[in-house]
Write a protein that binds this ligand. Sequence first.
Ligand code: GLU
Length: 327
Amino acid sequence: MKSVLSWALRSALLALLLVHLQPVDSIAEKTINIGTGSITGVYYNTGSAVAKMFNQKRQEYGAWMLNRPSAGSLENINEVLGGQNQFGISQANFLFNAWNGMGLWENSPKKTLRAVLGLYTEDLTLIAADDAEINTAIDLKGKRLNIGEPGSSDHETSGEILAVLGIDPAKDLQLSEEPTYIASEKIQSDDIDAYFYTVGHPNLSVIEAISGERKVHIVPFEPDFIDKLAALRPYLLADQIDVTFYEKLESKAPVPTIGIKSVLFTREDVGEETVYRVVKSIMENLDLFRRQHPAFSSLTKENMSHGVIIPLHPGAERYFREAGIAY
Ligand code: GLU
Protein backbone atom coordinates (compact mmCIF):
# COMPACT_ATOMS: atom_id res chain seq x y z
CA MET A 1 0.00 0.00 0.00
CA LYS A 2 2.78 2.29 1.04
CA SER A 3 4.65 1.71 -2.20
CA VAL A 4 1.47 2.35 -4.28
CA LEU A 5 0.95 5.60 -2.42
CA SER A 6 4.52 6.72 -2.83
CA TRP A 7 4.37 5.76 -6.51
CA ALA A 8 1.21 7.84 -6.90
CA LEU A 9 2.82 10.70 -5.00
CA ARG A 10 5.96 10.56 -7.09
CA SER A 11 3.94 10.50 -10.33
CA ALA A 12 1.89 13.46 -9.17
CA LEU A 13 5.03 15.39 -8.22
CA LEU A 14 6.63 14.53 -11.55
CA ALA A 15 3.53 15.66 -13.44
CA LEU A 16 3.53 18.91 -11.48
CA LEU A 17 7.20 19.42 -12.22
CA LEU A 18 6.68 18.76 -15.94
CA VAL A 19 3.84 21.26 -16.09
CA HIS A 20 6.14 23.84 -14.51
CA LEU A 21 8.98 23.01 -16.88
CA GLN A 22 6.81 23.67 -19.93
CA PRO A 23 7.56 27.11 -21.33
CA VAL A 24 4.62 29.37 -20.41
CA ASP A 25 4.10 30.14 -24.05
CA SER A 26 4.08 26.56 -25.34
CA ILE A 27 1.60 25.56 -28.02
CA ALA A 28 -1.42 24.04 -26.32
CA GLU A 29 -2.78 22.17 -29.34
CA LYS A 30 -0.70 19.27 -30.63
CA THR A 31 -2.68 18.67 -33.79
CA ILE A 32 -3.86 21.84 -35.42
CA ASN A 33 -6.50 21.52 -38.14
CA ILE A 34 -7.16 24.02 -40.87
CA GLY A 35 -10.47 23.65 -42.73
CA THR A 36 -10.12 24.58 -46.41
CA GLY A 37 -12.16 23.60 -49.49
CA SER A 38 -12.46 21.10 -52.31
CA ILE A 39 -9.18 19.95 -53.81
CA THR A 40 -9.98 21.71 -57.10
CA GLY A 41 -10.24 25.13 -55.40
CA VAL A 42 -7.53 27.43 -54.04
CA TYR A 43 -8.42 27.18 -50.33
CA TYR A 44 -7.01 23.67 -50.35
CA ASN A 45 -3.70 24.91 -51.78
CA THR A 46 -3.76 27.72 -49.24
CA GLY A 47 -4.23 25.29 -46.35
CA SER A 48 -1.29 23.24 -47.66
CA ALA A 49 0.87 26.36 -47.90
CA VAL A 50 -0.02 27.55 -44.37
CA ALA A 51 0.66 24.04 -43.01
CA LYS A 52 3.95 23.88 -44.91
CA MET A 53 5.18 27.12 -43.32
CA PHE A 54 4.11 26.08 -39.82
CA ASN A 55 5.33 22.49 -40.07
CA GLN A 56 8.87 23.60 -40.93
CA LYS A 57 9.24 23.97 -37.15
CA ARG A 58 6.99 21.11 -36.09
CA GLN A 59 9.71 19.50 -33.98
CA GLU A 60 10.47 22.69 -32.11
CA TYR A 61 6.74 23.41 -31.63
CA GLY A 62 5.80 19.82 -30.81
CA ALA A 63 2.71 20.45 -32.95
CA TRP A 64 1.52 19.57 -36.45
CA MET A 65 -0.81 21.45 -38.74
CA LEU A 66 -3.12 19.37 -40.94
CA ASN A 67 -5.00 20.57 -44.02
CA ARG A 68 -8.60 19.30 -44.07
CA PRO A 69 -10.67 19.52 -47.27
CA SER A 70 -14.24 20.78 -46.83
CA ALA A 71 -17.22 22.29 -48.63
CA GLY A 72 -15.72 25.78 -48.19
CA SER A 73 -16.41 28.93 -46.13
CA LEU A 74 -19.66 27.88 -44.43
CA GLU A 75 -18.42 24.50 -43.33
CA ASN A 76 -15.14 26.08 -42.22
CA ILE A 77 -16.94 28.64 -40.04
CA ASN A 78 -19.13 25.92 -38.53
CA GLU A 79 -16.18 23.63 -37.84
CA VAL A 80 -14.07 26.33 -36.22
CA LEU A 81 -17.05 27.34 -34.07
CA GLY A 82 -17.78 23.68 -33.29
CA GLY A 83 -14.17 22.99 -32.21
CA GLN A 84 -13.35 20.39 -34.92
CA ASN A 85 -10.83 22.79 -36.49
CA GLN A 86 -8.71 25.56 -34.98
CA PHE A 87 -8.36 27.48 -38.27
CA GLY A 88 -10.39 27.96 -41.40
CA ILE A 89 -10.51 30.03 -44.58
CA SER A 90 -13.57 32.04 -45.55
CA GLN A 91 -14.83 34.67 -47.93
CA ALA A 92 -15.05 38.01 -46.11
CA ASN A 93 -18.85 38.24 -46.64
CA PHE A 94 -19.57 35.07 -44.68
CA LEU A 95 -17.34 36.13 -41.77
CA PHE A 96 -19.01 39.55 -41.80
CA ASN A 97 -22.48 38.00 -41.61
CA ALA A 98 -21.50 35.44 -38.96
CA TRP A 99 -19.89 38.10 -36.75
CA ASN A 100 -22.78 40.53 -37.18
CA GLY A 101 -25.61 37.99 -36.88
CA MET A 102 -26.84 38.56 -40.42
CA GLY A 103 -27.97 36.34 -43.30
CA LEU A 104 -27.60 32.68 -42.31
CA TRP A 105 -26.70 33.80 -38.76
CA GLU A 106 -29.71 36.14 -38.33
CA ASN A 107 -30.07 36.86 -34.60
CA SER A 108 -27.20 34.52 -33.76
CA PRO A 109 -23.95 36.54 -34.02
CA LYS A 110 -20.77 34.51 -33.69
CA LYS A 111 -18.64 36.81 -31.57
CA THR A 112 -15.96 34.20 -30.81
CA LEU A 113 -14.63 34.29 -34.39
CA ARG A 114 -11.26 36.04 -34.79
CA ALA A 115 -9.27 37.04 -37.86
CA VAL A 116 -5.70 35.87 -38.37
CA LEU A 117 -4.57 37.12 -41.80
CA GLY A 118 -6.07 38.60 -44.93
CA LEU A 119 -5.38 36.50 -48.02
CA TYR A 120 -5.83 36.87 -51.79
CA THR A 121 -8.88 38.16 -53.67
CA GLU A 122 -11.40 35.60 -54.91
CA ASP A 123 -13.48 36.32 -57.99
CA LEU A 124 -17.08 35.61 -58.77
CA THR A 125 -16.58 33.35 -61.79
CA LEU A 126 -19.22 32.26 -64.30
CA ILE A 127 -17.94 29.39 -66.41
CA ALA A 128 -20.08 28.62 -69.48
CA ALA A 129 -20.08 26.40 -72.56
CA ASP A 130 -19.69 28.33 -75.82
CA ASP A 131 -22.55 26.39 -77.46
CA ALA A 132 -25.02 27.61 -74.79
CA GLU A 133 -24.45 31.19 -76.02
CA ILE A 134 -24.10 32.77 -72.60
CA ASN A 135 -22.23 35.97 -73.32
CA THR A 136 -23.46 37.91 -70.32
CA ALA A 137 -24.96 36.75 -67.01
CA ILE A 138 -28.53 37.60 -68.00
CA ASP A 139 -28.27 35.07 -70.87
CA LEU A 140 -28.44 32.39 -68.15
CA LYS A 141 -32.24 32.53 -68.36
CA GLY A 142 -33.59 29.19 -69.58
CA LYS A 143 -30.18 27.51 -69.28
CA ARG A 144 -28.87 24.59 -67.18
CA LEU A 145 -26.96 26.23 -64.34
CA ASN A 146 -25.13 24.50 -61.48
CA ILE A 147 -25.36 26.50 -58.26
CA GLY A 148 -23.53 24.19 -55.82
CA GLU A 149 -24.89 21.74 -53.27
CA PRO A 150 -27.55 22.99 -50.84
CA GLY A 151 -25.97 24.32 -47.63
CA SER A 152 -22.63 25.10 -49.31
CA SER A 153 -21.11 28.57 -49.64
CA ASP A 154 -21.36 28.29 -53.43
CA HIS A 155 -25.10 27.61 -53.20
CA GLU A 156 -25.56 30.60 -50.93
CA THR A 157 -23.48 32.91 -53.14
CA SER A 158 -25.23 31.76 -56.34
CA GLY A 159 -28.63 32.53 -54.77
CA GLU A 160 -27.50 36.05 -53.84
CA ILE A 161 -26.05 36.72 -57.30
CA LEU A 162 -29.16 35.46 -59.11
CA ALA A 163 -31.30 37.73 -56.92
CA VAL A 164 -29.20 40.78 -57.91
CA LEU A 165 -29.47 39.72 -61.57
CA GLY A 166 -33.25 39.45 -61.23
CA ILE A 167 -33.22 35.77 -62.24
CA ASP A 168 -35.69 33.53 -60.41
CA PRO A 169 -33.96 30.13 -59.99
CA ALA A 170 -37.26 28.24 -59.82
CA LYS A 171 -38.82 29.83 -62.91
CA ASP A 172 -35.97 31.03 -65.10
CA LEU A 173 -33.43 28.22 -64.85
CA GLN A 174 -32.92 24.49 -65.15
CA LEU A 175 -31.11 24.08 -61.86
CA SER A 176 -28.39 21.63 -60.99
CA GLU A 177 -27.24 21.40 -57.36
CA GLU A 178 -24.06 19.34 -57.57
CA PRO A 179 -20.97 20.24 -55.52
CA THR A 180 -18.90 22.68 -57.55
CA TYR A 181 -15.98 20.25 -57.93
CA ILE A 182 -18.32 18.04 -59.98
CA ALA A 183 -19.56 20.94 -62.14
CA SER A 184 -16.31 21.00 -64.13
CA GLU A 185 -17.08 17.38 -65.19
CA LYS A 186 -20.76 18.10 -65.82
CA ILE A 187 -20.02 20.94 -68.22
CA GLN A 188 -17.87 18.61 -70.31
CA SER A 189 -20.45 15.78 -70.25
CA ASP A 190 -23.05 18.33 -71.49
CA ASP A 191 -25.24 17.93 -68.37
CA ILE A 192 -25.02 21.64 -67.53
CA ASP A 193 -24.39 24.81 -69.53
CA ALA A 194 -22.72 26.90 -66.86
CA TYR A 195 -21.69 27.11 -63.22
CA PHE A 196 -20.79 29.74 -60.66
CA TYR A 197 -17.67 29.52 -58.53
CA THR A 198 -16.24 32.19 -56.25
CA VAL A 199 -12.57 31.29 -56.21
CA GLY A 200 -8.99 32.51 -56.67
CA HIS A 201 -7.25 32.05 -60.03
CA PRO A 202 -5.82 29.99 -61.55
CA ASN A 203 -7.57 26.89 -60.17
CA LEU A 204 -8.03 23.25 -61.15
CA SER A 205 -11.80 23.58 -61.56
CA VAL A 206 -11.45 25.99 -64.49
CA ILE A 207 -8.51 24.04 -65.90
CA GLU A 208 -10.63 20.87 -65.91
CA ALA A 209 -13.69 22.64 -67.33
CA ILE A 210 -11.79 24.12 -70.29
CA SER A 211 -9.68 21.07 -71.04
CA GLY A 212 -12.26 18.82 -72.76
CA GLU A 213 -13.86 18.65 -76.20
CA ARG A 214 -16.67 21.09 -75.42
CA LYS A 215 -15.51 24.69 -75.75
CA VAL A 216 -15.87 26.69 -72.56
CA HIS A 217 -15.24 30.34 -71.62
CA ILE A 218 -15.44 32.66 -68.59
CA VAL A 219 -18.33 35.11 -68.88
CA PRO A 220 -17.60 38.82 -68.23
CA PHE A 221 -20.03 40.69 -65.95
CA GLU A 222 -21.61 43.97 -67.06
CA PRO A 223 -20.31 47.21 -65.48
CA ASP A 224 -23.82 47.97 -64.09
CA PHE A 225 -23.94 44.68 -62.22
CA ILE A 226 -20.41 45.16 -60.85
CA ASP A 227 -21.19 48.74 -59.70
CA LYS A 228 -24.44 47.61 -58.08
CA LEU A 229 -22.69 44.89 -56.06
CA ALA A 230 -19.64 47.02 -55.19
CA ALA A 231 -21.99 49.67 -53.77
CA LEU A 232 -23.66 47.11 -51.48
CA ARG A 233 -20.71 46.33 -49.18
CA PRO A 234 -17.22 47.77 -48.66
CA TYR A 235 -15.67 44.30 -49.02
CA LEU A 236 -17.02 43.80 -52.56
CA LEU A 237 -14.70 45.31 -55.17
CA ALA A 238 -14.62 45.55 -58.95
CA ASP A 239 -11.93 43.14 -60.14
CA GLN A 240 -10.61 41.42 -63.26
CA ILE A 241 -9.80 37.74 -63.64
CA ASP A 242 -6.31 37.25 -65.01
CA VAL A 243 -6.80 34.33 -67.40
CA THR A 244 -3.29 34.20 -68.81
CA PHE A 245 -2.61 30.97 -66.90
CA TYR A 246 -5.44 29.20 -68.71
CA GLU A 247 -3.69 28.03 -71.87
CA LYS A 248 -6.79 26.42 -73.38
CA LEU A 249 -8.96 29.55 -73.14
CA GLU A 250 -9.30 31.26 -76.51
CA SER A 251 -9.55 34.81 -75.19
CA LYS A 252 -6.75 35.90 -72.89
CA ALA A 253 -8.39 39.28 -72.16
CA PRO A 254 -8.93 39.97 -68.43
CA VAL A 255 -12.53 39.19 -67.41
CA PRO A 256 -14.37 41.93 -65.46
CA THR A 257 -16.16 40.72 -62.33
CA ILE A 258 -16.55 41.31 -58.61
CA GLY A 259 -13.82 40.34 -56.14
CA ILE A 260 -13.86 39.50 -52.44
CA LYS A 261 -11.06 38.97 -49.98
CA SER A 262 -10.45 35.56 -48.45
CA VAL A 263 -9.49 35.52 -44.78
CA LEU A 264 -7.66 33.05 -42.54
CA PHE A 265 -9.59 32.96 -39.27
CA THR A 266 -9.74 31.21 -35.90
CA ARG A 267 -11.65 31.22 -32.63
CA GLU A 268 -11.10 33.40 -29.56
CA ASP A 269 -10.05 30.46 -27.33
CA VAL A 270 -7.38 29.05 -29.66
CA GLY A 271 -4.03 29.62 -27.91
CA GLU A 272 -2.32 32.97 -28.38
CA GLU A 273 1.01 31.23 -28.94
CA THR A 274 -0.47 28.95 -31.61
CA VAL A 275 -1.90 31.86 -33.60
CA TYR A 276 1.28 33.91 -33.11
CA ARG A 277 3.39 31.05 -34.53
CA VAL A 278 1.10 30.55 -37.50
CA VAL A 279 1.30 34.25 -38.41
CA LYS A 280 5.04 34.42 -37.78
CA SER A 281 5.75 31.33 -39.88
CA ILE A 282 3.93 32.88 -42.86
CA MET A 283 5.16 36.46 -42.46
CA GLU A 284 8.79 35.49 -41.97
CA ASN A 285 8.71 33.23 -45.02
CA LEU A 286 6.51 35.46 -47.16
CA ASP A 287 8.57 35.05 -50.36
CA LEU A 288 8.37 31.29 -50.05
CA PHE A 289 4.67 31.48 -49.13
CA ARG A 290 3.91 33.62 -52.22
CA ARG A 291 5.59 31.03 -54.42
CA GLN A 292 3.17 28.32 -53.27
CA HIS A 293 0.39 29.50 -55.64
CA PRO A 294 0.07 32.16 -58.36
CA ALA A 295 -3.01 33.58 -56.55
CA PHE A 296 -0.68 34.60 -53.69
CA SER A 297 1.64 36.68 -55.88
CA SER A 298 0.30 40.07 -54.79
CA LEU A 299 0.20 39.33 -51.06
CA THR A 300 2.13 41.84 -48.92
CA LYS A 301 2.54 42.30 -45.17
CA GLU A 302 0.36 45.38 -45.50
CA ASN A 303 -2.58 43.83 -47.35
CA MET A 304 -2.46 40.72 -45.14
CA SER A 305 -2.81 42.73 -41.94
CA HIS A 306 -5.76 44.81 -43.19
CA GLY A 307 -9.35 44.33 -44.38
CA VAL A 308 -9.92 41.25 -42.25
CA ILE A 309 -13.56 42.17 -41.42
CA ILE A 310 -13.71 40.81 -37.85
CA PRO A 311 -11.45 41.55 -34.83
CA LEU A 312 -7.94 40.13 -34.93
CA HIS A 313 -6.89 37.34 -32.59
CA PRO A 314 -4.44 38.59 -29.91
CA GLY A 315 -1.77 36.19 -31.24
CA ALA A 316 -1.89 37.91 -34.65
CA GLU A 317 -1.90 41.36 -33.03
CA ARG A 318 1.14 40.41 -30.99
CA TYR A 319 3.06 39.42 -34.12
CA PHE A 320 2.11 42.60 -36.01
CA ARG A 321 3.09 44.76 -33.01
CA GLU A 322 6.46 43.04 -32.56
CA ALA A 323 7.22 43.16 -36.29
CA GLY A 324 6.17 46.82 -36.55
CA ILE A 325 3.42 46.05 -39.10
CA ALA A 326 0.47 48.46 -38.96
CA TYR A 327 -2.88 46.73 -38.51
N1 GLU B 1 -14.91 30.56 -52.08
C1 GLU B 1 -15.26 29.16 -51.94
C2 GLU B 1 -16.08 28.97 -50.69
O1 GLU B 1 -16.18 29.84 -49.89
C3 GLU B 1 -14.06 28.25 -51.89
C4 GLU B 1 -13.08 28.43 -53.01
C5 GLU B 1 -11.86 27.57 -52.88
O2 GLU B 1 -11.95 26.45 -52.39
O3 GLU B 1 -10.80 28.05 -53.29
O4 GLU B 1 -16.60 27.92 -50.46
